[in-house]
Design a protein around this ligand. Sequence first.
Ligand code: C5P
Length: 294
Amino acid sequence: MTPHPAQRVTREAPAKINLNLLILSRRPDGYHELDTLIAKISLADIVTVDITGHNHGISLHCDDPAIPCDQSNLAYRAATAFFEATSRPASCHITLKKDIPSGAGLGGGSSDAAAVLHALNDLHNRPLTTQELAHLGAAIGSDVPVFIHPWPIARCTGRGEIIHPVKLELGFLRTILLIKPAFPVPTPWAYKTYAQLRQADSQKLSATTRTCHLPWGELRNDLEPAVFSKYLWLPAVVEWLQQQPGVAHVRMSGSGSTIFALFQLGADPQQTYNRCREKFGTATFTRLCEILES
Ligand code: C5P
């Protein structure tokens, strides 16, 4: 049976890339103080939330069988947080149609969680403000608040939950190529390894961090040396991509395992995409997409 339209909300949950990721310090709570430039991109999951009968509780279905449908799913936790915060009986069914790979540094789980918070708020006549939704989101994960706010590009500080909108003239730099191998990188592991390397030799760590110069500043991802030290496929892909004609800059997104490339003016990104498919095969996720308009 198709539910009444007011009982269902469907939202696009976009992925993100980190154009820049600076780690400033280790915090007493175990997190790291960040300064990161996040851009939302045209790759997206589709999140549908249905209001169900009173005794239903929360249920979740995902079209990717590798993704858990229980409390460990951030979308599920978002629904729990919403019902707790609004003192309403928990009752909804969440459907996730995944296009964003997980363990990829693309924020898929966080974006799904933000979409669930917005959908439930809309279905209940908006009892919470955007700030309150962002606050709930921050307790679910550091990357959730940026997806609560509408801005396509934002500078995020604190542990990532303090959001400042940014306007960038991207022009031809809007097109990006994503490459993600079949393996994920666990985010806690990436930060832990970064902290160990920094403690062992912070000067060496700084010296091995690649920077690139773009019209809006010097960009780097401080997690790259830590992640590249174990996942050797990633620096090999970076090197290969940097040698391709028309490629301007290559970076890792978040804690990986996605590598993305930006293109020079007049480049042919489709040709680079085709070469990638040929070189890395279909087990590697490869996608051409756009940074969303700011
Ligand atoms: O906030 P979230 O649960 O997504 O973070 C996952 C893990 O990544 C944390 O448990 C922590 O180990 C690490 N992290 C960090 N500093 C941040 C964000 C995440 O150390 N600013």
